[in-house]
Design a protein around this ligand. Structure first.
Ligand SMILES: Nc1ncnc2c1ncn2[C@@H]1O[C@H](COP(=O)(O)OP(=O)(O)OP(=O)(O)O)[C@@H](O)[C@H]1O
Ligand SMILES: [Mg+2]
Length: 456
């Protein structure tokens, strides 16, 4: 049975059961009330008969008793018959009023009234009360109540049916759409979304599905980027090495001094390519460690000042070669609690990016300031450049693995990179308990700021 069918059947069944229980309860209460009324009416009738007998005895009027009983019969239609026995000094005189209906449920009662002034004189009235007539008003009201309950029941069942159908439709519609979405994802159409905005469980399920689809698309993109990076970053340095080796052989075979100098130049290029390969493989190993949660930083108090000075000095020749100026504004001691090798790696990645993405005659700076935050002191380090900057879309995926800006390779001198640098930077800073933030706009330069816990 479909969810829609189940929901409708269950809702209607629930309504019918609750209505039956309610009806049963109401009828029970109504019956008790009716029974009480019938008893009261029976009691009143008996009182009236006794009253009439006393009056007739006092007035010594037998005819008056009969007419009074007749009047009572009109007033109380349940009074089916009455047999009157007058007694005086051993003599009896009988009077009859009406006959019991054959088949009627008649309950007989008796009233014996002595004359208050003459001890040997009395009247005894035996009368029948027709139980069906007595309880007729109660039965009537019971039937009326059943009719009303049935009408209300039919109305609410109809409304319930409609509501259940609407609810089922809204539920199954989204579930169906989610099913289609899941089928699309399984067919490889990653990143599809379902537009549905509600604050209930279905809304939460749709949001989880959308996030899952987005994440799968990201992973798929990362996988594609990974394959293309690995292919490119392994093949191009290896190709260069392979093509330089026969050239070196050739130069060495010729034996003259100029050829030997060229061979040395080729060896330098081979070395640069091997370094590039080495860097790439180190980055890949770091990523593997991060993904397995095994990237561990050994934190200890260390002065960050000399690390910055060393990195700035290391990049100075390359920056000068590209017409760039590196300014180190962190002069003096900057004590932090950090893994010196790893924070050096962070700086190298950030400065390498700044150099790569800043055109000639640009400016690169490294600044730092201590800030007290969340009960402790932090060193805020910024690596800024006056380079090309990035737009919001590039910024949004800046710290994801294998993600590069859309024009990452444009105008870049040297290797184009693989999009791992900032992912590794973020992971290292996370390990230090710090944060990394980026501020950038196209043509406005970029500032990457990270925080390290300051040593007390
Ligand atoms: N200073 C910057 N100015 C402009 N764009 C930047 C800057 N730093 C990073 N980016 C953008 O962010 C992307 C990711 O940077 P990241 O350092 O992770 O990778 P990469 O430099 O391309 O490659 P890798 O660092 O692995 O050699 C870059 O490709 C570039 O598009
Ligand atoms: Mg980089």
């Amino acid at each position: 049975m479909t969810i829609r069918g189940k929901l409708i059947v269950q809702t209607v069944a629930l309504q019918v059961v609750s209505l039956l229980l309610l009806s049963y309860g109401s009828i029970l209460v109504e019956r008790q009330l009716g029974e009480r009324q019938a008893l009261r009416a029976g009691g009143l009738l008996k009182e009236a008969v006794a009253h009439a007998a006393t009056d007739a005895l006092i007035q010594r009027d037998q005819v008056q008793l009969l007419s009074y009983l007749n009047f009572l019969k009109l007033q109380y239609p349940s009074l089916s018959y009455a047999h009157v026995v007058w007694r005086k000094s051993g003599k009896t005189f009988l009077q009859d009023l009406g006959e019991p209906d054959p088949g009627a449920r008649v309950l007989e009662d008796r009233v014996l009234v002595p004359d208050p002034s003459e001890a040997d004189r009395s009247v005894e009235i035996t009368f029948g009360v027709d139980q069906d007539v007595l309880r007729a008003p109660q039965r009537e009201s019971e039937h009326r109540m059943i009719r009303v309950l049935m009408l209300v029941g039919a109305g609410t069942a109809l409304i319930g049916l409609l509501l259940a159908a609407l609810l089922a439709a809204s539920l199954t519609q989204t579930l169906g759409a989610l099913g289609v979405m899941a089928a699309q994802i399984s067919e490889g159409k990653l990143g599809v979304r379902l537009e549905w905005d509600s604050e209930d469980e279905i809304g939460a399920l749709v949001r989880v599905f959308n996030a899952m689809s987005e994440r799968l698309a990201e992973l798929d993109l990362a996988k594609k980027n990974f394959v293309s990076s690995v292919t490119h970053e392994l093949r191009s340095p290896l190709g260069a090495v392979e093509s330089f080796i026969p050239l070196i052989r050739e130069k060495l075979a010729s034996g003259d001094a100029a050829a030997a100098s060229s061979a040395r130049d080729y060896l330098d290029r081979i070395q640069a390519n091997v370094q590039r390969l080495n860097r790439f493989i180190t980055d890949l190993l770091d990523v593997a460690k991060i993904e397995q949660g095994k990237m561990e930083c050994v934190l200890r108090p260390v002065d960050f000042g000399p690390i910055v000075a060393e990195v700035a000095q290391f990049f100075e020749p390359k920056a000068r070669q590209q017409g760039l100026k590196i300014e180190n504004m962190i002069q003096g001691a900057a004590p932090v609690v950090a893994d010196p090798e790893r924070v050096r790696q962070v700086l190298v990645n950030l400065v390498a990016n700044a150099i790569k993405f800043t055109p000639a005659s640009g400016r690169i700076w490294i600044s730092g300031e201590q800030v007290r935050e969340s009960g402790r002191r932090w060193l805020y380090v910024t690596v800024g450049d006056s380079g090309r900057g990035m737009d919001g879309a590039d910024l949004a995926r800046l710290f994801k693995p294998f993600s590069q800006g859309r024009n990452a390779a444009d105008g870049v001198v040297g290797p184009k990179g693989t999009g791992l640098g900032l992912y590794i930077v973020k992971s290292i800073i996370d390990q230090h308990g710090g944060r990394v933030d980026a501020a950038s706009a196209p043509g406005q330069g970029t500032r990457i700021t990270f925080t390290l816990p300051a040593a007390e």
